[in-house]
Design a protein around this ligand. Structure first.
Ligand SMILES: [Ca+2]
Ligand SMILES: [Ca+2]
Length: 105
């Protein structure tokens, strides 16, 4: 076994320049990773839609409308994706959408 040939870490560390969120970053990161279906480090509108469907099971039209609203408010840098920092912002704006009361811990 060659100890020098370690595989690279699976995920990059969260940005160190971000202001400290009220919840611990690891807790946010855990939630973020659940929603980040393809684990590319960003939430797309499609992943947001999947998340809303899983949490609310409302009509397709309502889900699409809500996803667009969230994207518009969350995507502050306008790249069409939600990164971890932006995710923290929408989680505080829309706590009931992301963390419905029936989901434990
Ligand atoms: Ca993704
Ligand atoms: Ca963004």
């Amino acid at each position: 076994m060659l100890a020098a040939c370690l595989p690279p870490p699976l995920t990059p560390p969260p940005s160190l320049t971000a202001p400290p969120p009220r919840r611990s970053l690891s807790a946010w990161h855990r939630s973020f990773r659940i929603f980040d279906d393809d684990h590319n480090g960003f939430l797309t509108e499609e992943e947001l839609i999947q998340m809303l469907k899983a949490n609310h099971m409302t009509t397709e039209a309502n889900v699409l409308k809500k996803a667009k609203t969230i994207m518009k408010q969350a995507d502050v840098d306008g790249d069409g994706h939600i990164n971890l920092e932006e995710f923290v912002v929408i989680s505080e704006k829309f706590p009931n959408i992301l963390f419905p009361p029936n989901v434990g811990d």
